[in-house]
Design a protein around this ligand. Structure first.
Ligand code: CAA
Length: 391
């Protein structure tokens, strides 16, 4: 039975920090960001937009009422969770109005967990062919003012509906994963920002790619010529480009090399303007590729490299389904252009604002622009969300 991605949606914040602003404020040359990291802008969230509101918006964009009666599992993958106990997917399940007899859970392993979510969804649909599983990767990447990672922050959620007979792409059942216990990037529960060993993390990313790819090739007698495109986890696009170059053998056929390089450029179009969205960033790359490539066609294979610090990596592939373009949008860039540009002062105030809780655990917020949902206030330590009227 063919199982895979039937629908895919995306949501990000309504505010953006153009990296020219950051470069000027931090005394850096803009070329460092635009060429050195291959980033142009970062999505910035206010306190009223969090992983729950973005996850709900990303899913709301793609789900019909019929989907909401068929979904029996909601998985939210995140490393910027809002509660140590209650899963973000429980809020999302409620905000979307999904039928009650569903399983809702949150998954964590840094930027990797969305991939585990897709795999669990696949196994579930294999046993229950009429089921639909909603997998959402939602995160806010926050490194701190003037930190090394500041220019790679971002925010967003990618929602995917996993079904049998999918209309976008099928899973090829070829996953190869690798785990290594390292401290390259981590966030203890007492810290709001991560600890990062930046250069070490880039080495681990590249080495995990190289070794997992070698194992994948060995197990599946496969090589780069089998793929129309290779999508990567995108902490910042330049690192992924280094990865692509690393796995391309010197004697790679020129046509294959050009195809993979051209499609790589297309896969980073959205991330260049959004920044790192942790769990969702691989899938934002996939979305960018699918929505902007003019050359992809049915039966093309797309290879994906998932990496989560700590670290777990996985390589697997998808095969495009006939008619996949009908399930995609072609005007997403226009949404990104609509975000409100922030000055450096506005960014620092907005992004780092924290709930000012009373002794009873109540907090009110100023009104900010959000997508279809917003965190309205906190009451007795409970987060109260609302669905906005116009949606
Ligand atoms: N013109 C053109 N390029 C320039 C330039 C200029 N004027 N100035 C600098 N550059 C280039 C540098 O040469 C460098 O490119 P190369 O790596 O190709 O040499 C690039 O810009 C970045 O410069 P630095 O290495 O000096 O940058 P930095 O001090 O900002 O640090 C970083 C980079 C360590 C990756 C930092 O951004 C960071 O800590 N990021 C967070 C951690 C991260 O993203 N790690 C990735 C792997 S971990 C992971 O994948 C999980 C995850 O999502 C976090």
């Amino acid at each position: 039975m063919a199982i895979g991605i039937d629908k895919i949606g995306f949501a990000t914040s309504q505010y953006v920090l153009n990296l020219e602003e950051l470069a000027q404020a931090r005394g850096q040359k803009i070329e460092k960001y635009k060429t050195g990291l291959m980033l142009d802008a970062l999505s910035i969230t206010p306190i009223t937009e969090d992983i729950v509101t973005m996850a709900a918006s990303a899913a709301q964009d793609i789900l019909t009422d019929e989907d909401k009666t068929s979904i029996d599992m909601v998985i939210v993958a995140t490393e910027s969770g809002i509660d140590q106990s209650k899963a973000a997917s429980v809020y999302v399940h409620h905000l979307l109005g999904i039928q009650p007899f569903a399983r809702s859970l949150e998954m964590k392993e840094a930027c990797y967990a969305g991939t585990a979510g897709l795999h669990y969804a696949k196994l579930h649909v294999e046993k229950n062919p009429d089921s639909k599983v909603l997998v959402i990767a939602s995160d806010i990447a926050k490194y701190g003012i003037a930190s090394a990672g500041e220019s790679t922050q971002g925010a967003g959620a990618v929602a995917m509906l996993v079904t049998s007979n999918p209309r976008i792409a099928t899973f090829s059942d070829d996953n190869v994963a690798q785990t290594r216990d390292i401290y390259d990037f981590w966030r203890p529960i007492y810290s709001t920002i991560p600890f990062v060993d930046g250069i070490y993390s880039t080495k681990q990313y590249l080495d995990s790619l190289e070794t997992t790819w070698a194992e994948y090739q060995k197990r599946h007698q496969s090589n780069l010529a089998d793929f129309a495109a290779f999508c990567f986890h995108l902490p910042y696009p330049k690192l992924a480009l280094k990865g692509l170059k690393k796995i391309m053998p010197k004697d790679l056929d020129e046509q294959v090399k050009n195809r993979l390089t051209d499609n790589f450029d297309i896969s980073i179009l959205y991330s260049r303007k959004v920044g790192n969205i942790y769990t969702g960033s691989l899938y934002l790359g996939l979305l960018s590729l699918l929505e902007n490539s003019q050359t992809l066609k049915a039966n093309d294979n797309i290879c994906l490299f998932s990496y989560g610090s700590g670290a777990v990596s996985e390589i697997f592939s998808l095969q495009l389904v006939d008619g996949f373009r009908k399930m995609l949008r072609n005007n997403r860039m226009a949404d990104l252009e609509k975000r409100q540009a922030l000055t450096i002062g506005e960014y620092e105030k907005l992004f780092y604002e924290e709930a000012d809780l009373t002794e009873e655990g109540n907090a009110k917020f100023d009104t900010y622009n959000t997508g279809g949902f917003a965190l309205e206030h906190i009451q007795n330590h409970q987060r109260i969300y609302m669905r906005k009227q116009h949606d």
